[in-house]
Design a binder for this molecule. Structure first.
Ligand code: C2E
Ligand code: MG
Ligand code: MG
Ligand code: MG
Length: 284
């Protein structure tokens, strides 16, 4: 039952257990141990300029390598970490690790970190951000926090106030998975965010799905007139990249460009880019 294959691990916990409660309890115990045992990693997925295909930023994504089960997908463990409140410690660790690693790279990239609503409700997210920036030396302008619509809808945690404090520090805010939640298009202009991330479910439908195409075009047009940046998520084909660029989207993220990988892997890609640039300069 133990497996290193990502595809099998989603059910690896379930396969052993009789009840859902037992699964959750076991996962919770394992998650608690995982943080102190150093079983978490941060992987990075490049965000590229759709015109030049150069890397302009990375998204930090949590990875858990369980000693017996192998890789456990975030879709499995993040919800449990949120339920148990463990996401506050885990989220702080990810924030610290991601800012420290990216600050050490030769190329000055922006790093985006996913922040759970729990971290706004029960943690000191603004304090955590400030501490991570101080400890890493990363300029605030190179940090972006990714939030979801549910945070803005609930409005139980002074989220708007905290987002304003972050933005005053120079940190930018991106709205993740846009289109899957509750926000109507007319609400877009009032959202306290700098960037909209078009959810991969819309990108997946391109170019055939006319409804997805219409939504993507509308979001791009509206965002531009409202002065918001747009990142398209989940780009897997050249057609999708081309169509998005044609529709005015400047930045994209997806398996077409690069899968999430450990810091060493991203640094190697950046080194290649730099070598290409030098070679081109020498030729001209
Ligand atoms: P997300 O923030 O929307 O992250 C993008 C997800 O899409 C990642 O999955 C990434 O690997 C995947 N992806 C990227 N490009 C493609 C593509 O071209 N095709 C397909 N099919 N998928 C693509 P991942 O790493 O499994 O993370 C899933 C979700 O778990 C994230 O969605 C985010 O909501 C959550 N998550 C991951 N890391 C963290 C974290 O550190 N903190 C919190 N709070 N949530 C996290
Ligand atoms: Mg995200
Ligand atoms: Mg997303
Ligand atoms: Mg998501």
């Amino acid at each position: 039952i133990a497996s290193d294959q990502p595809g099998n691990t989603a059910t690896a916990f379930a396969a052993n257990m009789d009840t859902r409660i037992k699964i959750k309890q076991d996962m919770e115990v394992a998650l608690r141990a995982a943080l102190s045992n150093g079983e978490f990693r941060v992987h990075y997925q490049p965000q590229v300029d759709l015109e030049t295909r150069r890397i302009v930023g990375v998204e930090a994504l949590a990875r858990w390598v369980h000693p017996q089960l192998g890789n456990v997908p975030p879709a499995e463990f993040i919800p449990v970490a949120e339920h148990t409140g463990l996401i506050i410690d885990l989220g702080r660790w990810i924030l610290r690790t991601a800012t420290r690693e990216v600050a050490g790279w030769a190329t000055p990239l922006r790093v985006s970190v996913n922040i759970s609503p729990m971290q706004f409700d029960f943690g000191d997210i603004v304090g955590d951000l400030r501490a991570a920036l101080e400890q890493s030396g990363l300029p605030p302008g190179r940090l972006c926090v990714e939030i979801t619509e549910s945070l803005l809808v609930a409005e139980t945690s002074n989220a708007t106030e905290k987002l304003a404090q972050m933005r005053a520090m120079g940190v930018s805010v991106a709205l993740d998975d846009f289109g899957t939640g509750y926000s109507s298009l007319s609400y877009l202009g009032r959202l306290p965010v700098d960037t909209i991330k078009i959810d991969q479910s819309f990108v997946r439908g391109l170019p055939e799905d006319l409804e997805a195409s219409a939504i993507v075009r509308t979001v791009l047009m509206l965002s531009e007139s409202l002065g918001k940046h747009v990142i398209a998520e989940g780009i897997e084909t050249q057609d999708q990249a081309w169509l998005l660029r044609l529709a005015g989207c400047r930045t994209g993220q997806g398996f077409l460009f690069a899968r999430p990988g450990p810091a060493e892997e991203i640094v190697a890609i950046l080194d290649d880019e730099e070598a290409d640039r030098l070679a081109r300069d020498l030729r001209s």
